[in-house]
Design a protein around this ligand. Structure first.
Ligand code: BTN
Length: 325
């Protein structure tokens, strides 16, 4: 852990009780003056820390800011998702950054957040609007031991994890639209972009990108999206502290990923099906040039959608876009 992360962890653990400069200095192995300059640095970022000469420091308030040390301190030590966290003030796309980490041979579990993305991308070549300080825009590197066809399972696992974290943090009850949209009152507030690199029968790595519209207000969305999109803030009528949500999502993602690694896809799929508004509906799915019409019946073992066409055939849909539903 970095020094700032150690300080924030100690202050958070102490709650309302002050932590002495001496105690922090010992934990960090630095002088009290050096502790003071770290405290000043955290204050300049917006962390409200009281300092009393005889008692020590107390954390009074945290800003709605994504700060790698803060996220690491909240998450605690992990060897899984979030073992390494970077936060960019601005980048093209966090998935581009993670793709580079993958090329450099970085181990799985690294996560990259950005306060803003200038070229955020969604599925099917769409743009993903990512204004500064309003959402969670992040990507992680995974190296699952699975076949390329099975990576849809990761998307479904991420959708379940995201829905769980949002429910726990806000009390809202998200629904899932196959394969990767999270909705509230029928409007999308989050999406998942799973990009895989591999060979015919082997996944080399997966970059899982997640975008959550947390504190956007209606005017933050481009006019053409306003009717279909929403944010947690719009739904709740109050802003949400992004760092808390981010850590809850990372914890749920790690738990869901472990379930997958243990071969426990069935239970995850059941949970996903319970959240899914797509199953049971008459749909039209656009897959490249093809338009398929039918009733969404179930998921198969890889996480693909099984669509019963009006001619009675069962079609397996692995990508594409549900346009009616
Ligand atoms: C979709 O619903 O089409 C998927 C949207 C995924 C957006 C996220 S934001 C973080 C990561 N970086 C990107 O450029 N895209 C994903």
């Amino acid at each position: 852990m970095t020094r700032d992360a150690i300080i924030l962890t100690a202050l958070r653990e102490a709650g309302d009780s002050p932590v002495s400069g001496e105690d922090l200095a010992q934990r960090l192995g630095v002088s009290r003056a050096a502790v003071w300059s770290h405290i000043q640095e955290l204050r300049s970022l917006g962390y409200e820390i009281s300092a009393s000469p005889h008692q020590g420091y107390r954390l009074l308030n945290t800003p709605d800011l994504l700060h790698a040390d803060d996220l690491l301190s909240r998450l605690g030590k992990t060897t899984g998702i979030g073992r390494d966290i970077q936060v960019f003030r601005e980048t093209t796309s966090t998935s581009d950054v993670v793709e580079k980490l993958a090329a450099d041979g970085v181990a799985e579990g690294a996560v990259v957040f950005a306060e803003a993305q200038t070229r955020g991308r969604g599925r099917l070549g769409r743009r993903w609007v990512s204004p500064a300080g309003k959402g969670l825009w992040f990507s992680m590197l995974l190296r699952p031991a699975c076949r390329p066809q099975e990576t849809t399972r990761l998307t479904l696992a991420a959708a379940v994890a995201l829905a769980r974290a949002v429910r726990a943090q806000t009390g809202l009850a998200p629904e899932v639209k196959w394969p990767n949209d999270l909705l509230l009152r029928g409007r999308k507030f989050a999406g998942i972009l799973t990009e895989m690199s591999g060979e015919q029968d082997r996944v080399r790595h997966v970059v899982l990108g997640i975008g959550v519209d947390v504190n956007l207000v209606a005017s933050d969305f481009p006019p053409d999206l306003r009717r279909q999109a929403t944010s947690l803030r719009v739904e709740l009528g109050r802003p949400v502290l992004r760092a808390e949500l981010a850590v809850a999502v990372l914890r749920e993602l790690e738990a869901a990923y472990q379930r997958l690694q243990r071969g426990d896809f069935e239970a995850l799929a059941d949970e996903w099906e319970a959240l899914c508004t797509t199953l049971g509906q008459e749909l039209e799915v656009v897959v490249g040039e093809r338009r398929l019409k039918g009733r969404a019946e179930a998921l198969d073992a890889d996480g693909s959608l099984l669509l019963r066409t009006r001619y009675g055939r069962l079609e397996r849909v692995t990508g594409g876009d549900v346009v009616l539903g």
